[in-house]
Design a protein around this ligand. Structure first.
Ligand SMILES: *[C@@H]1O[C@H](CO)[C@@H](O)[C@H](O)[C@H]1NC(C)=O
Ligand SMILES: *[C@@H]1O[C@H](CO)[C@@H](O)[C@H](O)[C@H]1NC(C)=O
Ligand SMILES: *[C@@H]1O[C@H](CO)[C@@H](O)[C@H](O)[C@H]1NC(C)=O
Ligand SMILES: *[C@@H]1O[C@H](CO)[C@@H](O)[C@H](O)[C@H]1NC(C)=O
Ligand SMILES: *[C@@H]1O[C@H](CO)[C@@H](O)[C@H](O)[C@H]1NC(C)=O
Ligand SMILES: *[C@@H]1O[C@H](CO)[C@@H](O)[C@H](O)[C@H]1NC(C)=O
Length: 756
């Protein structure tokens, strides 16, 4: 007894810092059972490499304050295994540190190892090198793929075991995931698919990590692996066996963005509705994908065309600030669910019809605990219903939660939380005076211009085209395709004003066309469609003309059947309007160069900065393509989060102090597309339901974490592909400039879209 008491005390004190061992995790049809206790769990996806270690404790804490019990993350294979057996767990990839921060917050962790993850992440998280291991086909019954998948999965499980991070070891990890949404794509893989699913499940279970394994969107997940639901709504989901609990791994509270597209919004009322319905219908674990979306730093975004921002309109915004009212509304929802938890777990629900589209689920075992959820599924009409002789007003498309079967503590359509007004406050770049030459006010820009075409020695030459991705193997976004043509003196266009037209076809993703070092134009695919055509008049002269085509990838494909075989790059180049008609250059001799000179010399990294001769100026030329800029600046004042405003730039890459900010591209969505003024939360949500931002850049600001700044002497490096005005770049501070209470209407129909 005494020992037991001491043990309890020990648990109490250590639980101030730790969740005192989570313990044995089992399950039955109703819920997970952790150390003998049934739990209903609210989980929040926060992907560790989509923020920085300095932000992790704050993000986890903000989730906890939002009523979250569990943090969920994928494991990002291509960030960890840089080449076979060469691992990286530094900085943003310090997985152990992240899991320990979750543990210290007294929260649980769901580790979705994959290691294929999709996630709008480059190549779905699978290392590009694996595609070039001979004989490899991803995600099917294929020896090399299975070897490397098992190898990495084992490595991660062993690392977690070593650090005692699984629940039975006293750690926070209560569930692990293998594979990811394979059910959507099984049909592409024929016979091998089923064998692969069986193998993946066995391989996972044989890891003996002591916690249950899940497979999401996988109706045929073999025992004992639990199949889980990913969708905007999962109340109607049932697992594939009666002894498995109902788990929702991905409820999308917003959606991702692609460069050149509009901004999707999912109203807080509908997110809350979907969550309440899930628990009303016997749900046990619910995860927001994403709760904090964060940033696709560097070249980590998937694609093609996924933006550098992965904000996702999540309850915590990209910069780490709670998004109101969404965060606050869901916090109130979580409280209501927790108040009902005991009743929900104690009994089976009884469903009562309260009207044509109105129903109650009542959790009442005759004891004093009783909880009820009253739902109005009508997407147009409010209803007054009678439940247990009491009348309740139910706004359309809403759920009321009654933790005592009498009093409504929460209705999903009534937003009580404040809404925040968020602004990006520009602050000019401030020169950092590191030398004694005081009084230096103007910024000093260092400029380096790349050759438009081959720099140094060509990599190879060949008749016709190579596949872009096969050639770069994703070591860079850039591949030069160059050739030359001779134009005769007697060409008619030389005498008239007309110009020949350059016609290019590409499998994807984007292109800048140069002739004789001059940019002639650019083109790109859009949305999920990467192929595109380029057509533009060009300036040619008599004699030899250099044609240099800069082909670019903008994030590799991250999902789909046999997705790793989707190529990119040029497939046809022609010049129209010559005396002889059209000149087809597709089978000409093409000379290739992989990447840029500045990349090769790492001139964006502290130790590579001096490997070229920068030209200094206080007035850098505007609209100059293929230009590197370097400037030494002070951090912006204050401590608000910072975004780099690139609205006056074209397209390229940016770094601060050698840290990769990522791709920037303030490309605008078409102003001719449809956008909404107000978003009606009622009715089934879909990603195109509530779009805003027509005719505006999809992404104007690029997150620069505060922890990347030094007190002075910060080196900002920009590579601009097509031309911009670097003097107009600012650091903008993300400020909550006001909070306003929503007028407490009975059925507010408009979500307050955050002002950005
Ligand atoms: C874990 O829980 C199950 C079911 O309650 C039980 O059979 C098993 O012995 C427990 N294991 C440990 C290590 O406590
Ligand atoms: C994984 O592969 C590496 C080499 O790539 C090897 O050294 C290591 O032993 C393998 N680990 C496992 C668990 O198979
Ligand atoms: C509802 O009212 C009827 C008639 O007054 C009564 O018989 C019944 O017991 C009441 N039910 C509840 C749950 O209070
Ligand atoms: C890439 O190269 C491999 C091997 O040469 C070839 O099988 C594949 O078809 C190529 N992919 C594309 C998209 O051209
Ligand atoms: C035009 O076509 C003729 C006949 O095919 C050929 O002899 C000549 O070289 C061509 N001229 C040019 C400029 O390509
Ligand atoms: C840079 O380019 C040279 C010459 O093409 C090549 O040998 C070297 O491997 C490249 N270095 C890097 C880091 O890409």
């Amino acid at each position: 007894m005494k020992i037991f008491l001491l043990f309890l005390l020990f648990c109490f004190f250590t639980s101030l810092f730790n969740s005192c061992f989570a313990g044995n995790v089992t399950y039955d049809r109703r819920s997970l059972i952790i150390d003998g206790q049934r739990k209903l769990l609210i989980s929040a996806a926060i992907h560790y490499p989509r923020s920085v270690p300095a932000m992790w404790p704050g993000l986890v804490q903000t989730a906890k304050e939002g009523g979250v019990d569990v943090i969920e993350s994928y494991v990002f294979w291509n960030g960890h295994e840089l080449s076979p057996g060469k691992y990286n767990f530094e900085g943003r990839y310090d997985l152990v540190k992240f899991v320990k921060i979750v543990q210290q917050a007294g929260m649980y962790m769901i580790l979705r190892i994959g290691p294929f993850v999709a996630a709008e992440w480059n190549f779905g998280g699978v290392p590009a090198w694996l595609h070039y291991v001979p004989g490899t086909v991803f995600r099917t019954d294929n020896e090399p793929f299975k070897y490397y998948m098992r190898n990495f999965t084992t490595f991660i499980v062993n690392l977690m075991k070593q650090e005692k991070l699984f629940a039975p070891q006293g750690g926070p990890i209560i569930l692990a995931q293998v594979e990811n949404e394979y059910g959507y794509y099984e049909k592409f893989y024929g016979e091998g698919a089923k064998r692969y699913v069986t193998w993946a499940a066995r391989m996972a279970v044989s890891q003996n990590n002591g916690v249950p394994w899940i497979m999401c969107q996988q109706d045929d997940a073999p025992e004992p692996v639990i199949n889980t639901c990913n969708s905007f709504y999962c109340d109607q989901f049932t697992p594939n066996s009666p002894n498995k609990p109902k788990i929702w791994t991905e409820n999308w509270p917003g959606w991702f963005k692609t460069f050149g597209a509009r901004d999707p919004h999912r109203p807080a009322e509908d997110v809350a509705f979907s969550v309440a319905r899930f628990f009303q219908k016997g749900g046990s674990v619910h995860n927001y994908y994403m709760y904090h979306g964060g940033t696709n730093f560097g070249r980590t975004s998937g694609g093609p065309f996924i933006t550098t921002s992965y904000d996702y309109e999540a309850p915590i915004d990209e910069y780490g600030l709670p998004r109101l009212p969404k965060w606050g509304h869901l916090k109130e929802l979580h409280k209501a669910i927790k108040l009902s938890e005991h009743a929900l777990l104690k009994s089976e629900p009884t469903t009562l019809s309260l009207g044509p589209s109105q129903e109650a689920d009542v959790y009442d075992d005759g004891s004093e605990v009783c909880a009820a959820f009253l739902a109005n599924l009508d997407d147009k009409t409010d209803k007054n219903v009678v439940f247990r002789n009491v009348s309740y007003h139910l706004p359309s498309w809403s759920v009321s939660i009654l933790p005592d079967c009498k009093n409504v503590v929460f209705n999903t359509a009534k937003v009580g939380s404040q809404a925040s007004l968020v602004e990006m406050m520009p602050e000019e770049l401030m020169p950092s005076v590191t030398s004694p030459s005081k009084g230096l006010k103007a910024l000093k820009w260092d400029v380096f211009v790349e050759n438009a075409g081959i720099w140094g020695v060509a990599d190879f030459a060949k008749n016709g085209f190579v596949d872009h991705i096969n050639t770069t193997k994703d070591t860079t976004d850039y591949l030069w395709y160059t050739t030359s043509i001779i134009v005769g003196e007697n060409e008619e266009f030389l005498k008239k004003a007309g110009r020949p037209v350059l016609l290019i076809e590409s499998k994807g993703h984007a292109l800048h066309a140069f002739v004789n070092q001059e940019l002639q134009g650019s083109a790109s695919g859009s949305g999920s469609h990467s192929p595109f055509k380029f057509e533009s008049p060009i300036s040619l002269k008599a004699g030899k003309n250099e044609i240099a085509l800069l082909s670019m990838t903008v994030g590799l494909q991250n999902a789909g059947g046999l997705y790793e075989w989707v190529g990119a790059g040029l497939t046809s180049v022609k010049i129209e309007g010559l005396n002889n008609g059209t000149m087809d250059l597709s089978m000409s001799r093409w000379t290739y160069k992989i990447g840029l000179q500045g990349e090769n010399l790492s001139i964006y990294k502290p130790d590579g900065l001096n490997s070229i001769n920068w030209v200094s100026t206080s007035e850098p030329q505007k609209n100059q393509p293929l230009t590197w800029y370097k400037v030494v600046v002070d951090p912006p004042s204050g401590d608000e989060p910072v975004g780099l405003d690139m609205i006056h730039m074209g397209k390229g890459l940016a770094w601060l102090n050698g840290e990769e900010i990522g791709r920037y591209w303030p490309i605008k969505s078409s102003e001719h597309e449809k956008c909404v003024e107000e978003c009606d939360y009622r009715g089934k949500f879909f990603p195109d339901k509530c779009l805003t931002g027509c005719g505006e850049p999809t992404q104007r600001w690029y997150h620069v974490p505060r922890s990347w700044f030094k007190p002075s002497g910060n080196i900002l490096v920009i590579f601009e592909e097509k031309g911009g005005d670097p003097t107009k770049i600012t650091f903008s501070k993300r400020k909550i400039s006001g909070l306003c209470s929503l007028i407490a209407e009975d059925f507010p129909m408009v979500d307050q879209a955050p002002v950005r």
